[in-house]
Design a protein around this ligand. Structure first.
Ligand code: SF4
Length: 73
């Protein structure tokens, strides 16, 4: 894995689109903000089209930081 979707939770308005479209990758945390829990749960194309491209506040981006990627190991 060289990149994983990352959500700027401070910007997330909890609309649910990413969670509804790609539930294998995204879920809501205890504060009702979306988070990525399994970056390998769907294809990059599905993550891109089902979440990144449709997030109304554009708060989902690809993250390549090694520490972030290791957090899913
Ligand atoms: S699509 Fe964007 S605003 Fe909506 S829940 Fe997901 S991260 Fe939050």
């Amino acid at each position: 894995m060289i990149k994983a979707p990352w959500i700027d939770k401070g910007e997330c308005i909890s609309c649910g689109l990413c969670v509804d479209n790609v539930p294998e990758v995204f879920r809501f945390d205890d504060e009702n903000k979306a988070e990525c829990y399994d970056p390998n749960g769907a294809s990059e194309d599905d993550i891109q089209s089902g979440a990144i491209d449709v997030c109304p506040v554009s708060c989902i981006t690809w993250n390549t930081e090694p520490d972030y990627l290791r957090s899913f190991a």
